[in-house]
Design a protein. Structure first.
Lengths: 113, 113
DNA sequence: GATGTATTCAACTGACTGGTTGAATACGAA
DNA sequence: TTCGTATTCAACCAGTCAGTTGAATACATC
């Protein structure tokens, strides 16, 4: 059951922990781009960016296609959804618990927006 | 302008990149806990967990109170919101762009669920 | 086939990180 | 004051990671 589901989530969090990779994701949200295009804004070598993209790919955050010698990179929004799902899960558990605590301390306000 | 706003976001992403720290966040969503309580489920030393909590605190993901010699840790859901806000921002930009591309290629389906 | 461009592979390096153990601090209880 | 518990500080170590440069691969064009 769920062989590497946890692994994928972990890789996604690790991938977004790097500011360069987050910048790449931000750029890709506006459309696919090649490695060179993605490297241009950053003061690091193209090779380094290539490896960043590989990390994002392993995390399922991006996919790649072929176009002659180019390898355009595309955002894979499902992986981003998995991340927000994880975060929201615990955020909502916390919030729900908080509300019921409020209700406990202040029983008159049981039905509040 | 926004002195360390970026820094806070970065620390939050880095903090959640570690599975132990994510487990701590998950546990705290069900209510505050002491360092010892948080360390119990993990096969590492209490000192190590103490440092994990410190990282979470620096990222603004948790806060701490005093109770005699205990230092209960509480979840700070606003930081989690900042994370989802970042992710959703680019996820939505991507999705919006995708829809308008669809409409361009297939102009008849302008109003689809 | 030779050249140029886009990308990746390989080997190396310095910095950071997560773990350890041992000592220190803070506080309540006896 | 002494003892026990909770937590943190400090020094150390091994592994990981992001960057580098140089060589290799893949493809289009000349």
């Amino acid at each position: 059951m769920e062989p590497d589901e946890d692994d994928r989530l972990d890789r996604a969090f690790v991938a977004l922990a790097d500011p360069v990779r987050r910048a790449i994701v931000a750029r890709l949200s506006r459309g696919p781009a090649t490695v060179n295009e993605l490297a241009a804004p950053h003061p690091i070598s193209v090779q380094a960016v290539s490896r960043h993209i590989h990390v994002l790919e392993e995390a399922g955050l991006v996919t790649r296609t072929r176009d002659a010698q180019r390898r355009p990179v595309h955002l894979a929004p499902e992986a981003l959804e998995r991340l927000t799902a994880w975060i929201d899960r615990y955020r909502l558990i916390h919030e729900r618990r908080f509300r019921s605590l409020d209700a406990l301390l202040d029983p008159d306000e049981k039905d509040r927006p």
